[in-house]
Design a protein around this ligand. Structure first.
Ligand SMILES: Nc1ncnc2c1ncn2[C@@H]1O[C@H](COP(=O)(O)OP(=O)(O)OP(=O)(O)O)[C@@H](O)[C@H]1O
Ligand SMILES: O=c1ccn([C@@H]2O[C@H](COP(=O)(O)O)[C@@H](O)[C@H]2O)c(=O)[nH]1
Length: 432
């Protein structure tokens, strides 16, 4: 399993990234309702990922890759974040805060507002981001249309407002967004087509206390947007020339000022949306890759914390049942499955109960982590792990190991995406 089995805390030293959460992409009944709402309104959830400029490894090439990695023949290049050894350690509060995020649901969700004129391609790109980066897509327009279809008392008012291309009162939209976020077991949200005006923005911030990470803004000329909407053909009541023109005016008068506001805070990421769907997505992808790197590092930290605290259920949840490993304990052999690792968790528990000691915890420190993404569904995390072992016979001893951990994003039986640890390589680090 790669490490000590006694009770411990994980000190997250030597890193520049501040991790947020592990993306487990669970689809709750609420998100399924939203999907249903989408199909009712005929909105596209289309598009498999283009893969952008990265190589996407098939299952077969993945095995080859593992063989190379295992043989020490693989060099990790490409995007990474470097971390200076000895950089500041997380404070106790931050560590506790991160520990609280182990359940993936935090009070501090990651929100990206997706703005752009009507027909600029917001919904199309959001579907691709969901596919590749696992965000939950909340379209304010879809939520409002679902509210009409639900027979709510506000239904007629919302329907008339949409027909006129006007903006629905902020409290109605914010309430729908907040409810959808609360019902969704995720921490990563794309909020599409909102805030539509300054009041929307102020009410959302006031009610939820959430500041967006950034604003993804699709910039597209009116004639192109008009052409796209007129050929959208999804039976939307507002996709007619008269309402389209009104929507363009509302966009210019009310939504552009919101974008301008965020410009002043440096949060706008403007994308030229005139190109093809895949070309636009290629421009979008770099904005999301670091979230995946962040999540993979956090998943690794959670795994190590599980090892150090002897928490086998966490280890089992994060690891693929057929996890493969090269580690000193396996005497140079490739071991497969979790049983080999479970032995050490059981041993730790037995030793602790027989000795009855409750001494200080084993402490792991990750030094110089690097996260390399292989397409959008796989990634490799490498680092040196220092483990301070408080108990005898090696009391006060620090061990140093180089670890390479491979993660793959997979769909579970419920069809939900989750990161699974599929292989690791651990060897003693040369000491200085
Ligand atoms: N880059 C693109 N090139 C050509 N057509 C596109 C592109 N992006 C989206 N489309 C098409 O244009 C239409 C509008 O796209 P989409 O529904 O994603 O826009 P939107 O910004 O979400 O619109 P709205 O604000 O009205 O909901 C759809 O039919 C979609 O397939
Ligand atoms: O925050 C919002 C979002 C949307 N509306 C109304 O819905 C329609 C359609 O929105 P799309 O984003 O194009 O699906 C929009 O024209 C508004 O009338 C809103 O009021 N507030």
């Amino acid at each position: 399993m790669g490490g000590g089995s006694a009770r411990s805390a994980l000190t997250l030293a030597s890193r520049t990234l501040r991790t947020r959460c592990v993306t487990y992409l669970p689809a709750t009944s609420a998100s399924l309702q939203l999907l249903e709402a989408k199909s009712l309104t005929g909105r596209p959830e289309n598009g498999s990922s283009s893969g952008g400029d990265q190589h996407i490894f098939s299952k077969d090439s993945w095995q080859t890759l593992l063989t190379f990695a295992a043989a020490g023949l693989m060099a990790f290049t490409g995007s990474s974040f470097s971390v200076a050894a000895g950089a500041p350690v997380l404070t106790e509060d931050e560590t506790a805060e991160n520990a609280g995020r182990a359940s993936f649901k935090s009070t501090n969700p990651r929100v990206i507002f997706v703005l752009g004129g009507p027909g600029s391609g917001k919904g199309t790109q959001c579907a691709k981001i969901v596919d590749s980066y696992g965000f939950v897509h909340l379209s304010a327009g879809d939520l409002l249309r679902a509210e009409i279809n639900s027979g709510s008392e506000n239904g007629t008012m919302i329907q008339n407002t949409i027909k006129e291309g006007k903006i629905v009162p902020s409290e109605v939209t914010v309430r729908l967004l907040q409810k959808a976020m609360e019902e969704c077991n995720s921490n990563n949200f794309l909020i599409d087509g909102f805030p539509r005006n300054e009041e929307n923005r102020a009410v959302f911030e006031h009610v939820t206390g959430i500041e967006p990470e950034f604003i993804l803004f699709f910039d597209c000329p009116e004639e192109e947007m008009e052409k796209r909407i007129l050929s959208r053909n999804q039976g939307r009541e507002d996709d007619n020339l008269e309402t389209i023109r009104k929507r363009f005016k509302v966009f210019l008068d009310s939504t552009v000022p919101v974008v301008n506001h965020y410009e002043t805070t440096g949060k706008v990421r403007k994308i030229n949306a005139t190109r093809s769907v895949d070309d636009v997505f290629d421009m979008v992808q770099p904005l999301f890759k670091h979230f995946v790197q962040d999540d993979l590092l956090w998943a690794t930290e959670e795994l190590l914390r599980g090892i150090d605290t002897g928490d086998y259920s966490t280890y089992q949840r994060l690891c693929h049942p057929k996890l493969t490993a090269f580690e000193p304990e396996a005497q140079g052999q490739l071991v497969e499955g979790l049983d080999f690792h479970k032995f050490y968790f059981d041993l730790g528990k037995a030793l602790k109960s027989s000795s009855g000691t409750h001494g200080p915890a084993v402490q792991s420190t990750i030094v110089a982590p690097k996260v390399v993404l292989l397409g959008t569904n796989a990634g490799v995390v490498t680092y040196t792990r220092l483990q301070q072992i408080p108990s005898s016979p090696k009391a006060g001893h620090t061990s140093a190991h180089n670890e390479t951990r491979v993660w793959e994003r997979q769909k579970n039986d419920a069809g939900e995406w989750e990161w699974k640890h599929i292989h690791f390589h651990r060897s003693a680090a040369p000491t200085t």
